[in-house]
Every structure is written in structure tokens, then in C-alpha cells.
Design a protein around this ligand. Structure first.
Ligand SMILES: [Zn+2]
Length: 250
């Protein structure tokens, strides 16, 4: 069964903002948390998602995934794709492992309104700019990778209600997550491994593949091997659907 989850996402805003929230509260951006849809979890499936926001190519991390045949969904911006042709070539040579999805054109958060920011990063001045961010990111993936994306993850992974509705109208499903493994590639190796110890079947892991100087590659390498040893099976987002869940864990 396929899910198209605009309604649950909008319902989540109601949940997070409080039942009967006033209109202005619905504009408060929220982080969307997802797990693999329940009827598609065969006990042990987990999804690894890696964001390529801007910056560089973490070749140690991608090499590790290739060597160990671990599939992943890569959320890339047009900006990152344009700046990292060597990384793009490696990814394109391994599309049996990697599903490349839309992280926007220029890594702009999906909040609409002059002066609005998420973590200090300015959002979109109006809805036309949001449409461009989503559509031009998708166009770049289609042109550069050769496969059209179906999932969208905004910069900072936060959204306001208007953006959620518009991204759905453009035809993209929003990819949340349930385990934040590296917190924007800021965590040390041991902290990443500790977070991965708590992964269970159905989880969607988020980490980053654009900061090779960080501890993400080493932390994920140890942590993901431990998950394989526990019998967990990695899937890509083009193989499953997700369902929104309340945030309960890191
Ligand atoms: Zn990002």
C-alpha cells in the first residue's frame, strides 16, 4: 500500500502546535519525524539518509558504504552537485546502492515570509521562491544523476504549514527522520555510535555526507557495522513509504 501523506503532515502541525491552535501558531516551523510505514516494516528494515547540503564530498563515508554494500538515500542540493563532480561520478557509478533525492537548489529552509529564519538561516520571502527551490533542486538531480526524485527534505529539516502543503502540490513526499545520528555533522565519533545503538527496525536515520573533516564517517562506520551484525537490513526511500510519528528520541 502506498501512502501520500500530506494530510498526516498537516495533522502533525496540529499535534505539535496543540489542538485548536490559533492560526499564527500553525506558522511555527516544525521538524517532521518519520518511521518506515508500519505495514512495510518487515521487523528489521531501517533507512539511512545522508544530506549533501553544500560543502564537500565525504569520500571515506561513501567508500565505506560501497565496500559494505549498505544502501542509502542521498539528499543533495543543486549547489552540492555542481561543486562536487568527483563525488557525483562515484554516486552515479553506484546507483544500485544510492537513491538520490531532492534537498533543494540552494539549501534554503522551507519557511515562508520575509525575515523568517531557522537556526539563523533565512527562509523564503514568498511561495514562488519555495517553488523554485524545490523544482530547481529536482531538475538538477534529474539532469545530473539521471533519475527524477520523489522525496524532498528541506534545509534544516523544518517546515511551516504553507511549505508542507506546497511541496505536496508540487508532487513530492517530505522525508523526515527518527534518529538524528550526527546533528549536522557536529557530533564526535563516540556520540554517533551511541545514538546508533538505539536504532530499531523502522527507523529513518539522518546524517551528513558533505563534511569530510567531521567524525561522521568514522562514527557511522562503526555504528552501521554494529547494526548489520544485529541483523538490521538497510533500505532506500524509493523502496518504502514513511509515516509521521511524534518525536520521542534523538
Ligand atoms: Zn542540509
Amino acid at each position: 500500500m502506498k501512502y501520500f501523506l500530506i494530510a498526516p503532515w498537516l495533522a502533525l502541525f496540529g499535534l505539535l502546535c496543540g489542538a485548536g491552535a490559533q492560526a499564527q501558531n500553525l506558522d511555527k516551523p516544525v521538524e517532521i519525524h518519520d518511521r518506515i510505514a508500519a505495514d512495510e516494516v518487515k521487523n528489521s528494515r531501517v533507512a539511512l539518509t545522508l544530506d549533501a547540503c553544500s560543502g564537500k564530498f565525504d569520500d571515506r563515508l561513501i567508500d565505506f558504504l560501497i565496500r559494505n554494500r549498505i544502501p542509502a538515500t542521498l539528499f543533495a542540493t543543486k549547489r552540492w552537485l555542481d561543486k562536487n563532480p568527483e563525488g557525483v561520478a562515484i554516486i552515479k557509478a553506484h546507483l544500485d546502492l544510492f537513491d538520490v533525492e531532492d534537498h533543494g537548489e540552494n539549501h534554503i529552509p522551507a519557511v515562508i515570509g520575509a525575515g523568517r529564519t531557522v537556526y539563523g538561516i533565512p527562509g523564503e520571502p514568498d511561495i514562488l521562491h519555495l517553488r523554485r527551490e524545490v523544482s530547481e533542486g529536482a531538475r538538477a538531480i534529474t539532469q545530473i544523476i539521471g533519475v527524477a526524485p520523489h522525496w524532498y527534505r528541506a534545509a534544516t529539516a523544518e517546515y511551516d504549514a504553507q511549505s508542507v502543503g506546497e511541496i505536496g502540490k508540487l508532487g513530492y513526499k517530505i522525508a523526515g527522520f527518527s534518529v538524528n545520528a550526527d546533528v549536522g555533522a557536529t557530533l564526535h565519533r563516540a556520540a554517533i555510535e551511541e545514538r546508533l545503538k538505539h536504532v530499531r527496525g523502522g527507523d529513518v536515520i539522518i546524517a551528513h555526507m558533505n563534511k569530510p573533516a567531521s567524525d561522521t564517517a568514522s562514527g557511522l562506520s562503526q555504528g552501521l557495522l554494529a547494526l548489520l551484525q544485529r541483523g538490521l537490513i538497510f533500505v532506500r526511500l524509493d523502496q518504502v513509504d514513511l509515516q509521521v510519528v511524534p518525536a520521542t528520541r534523538p
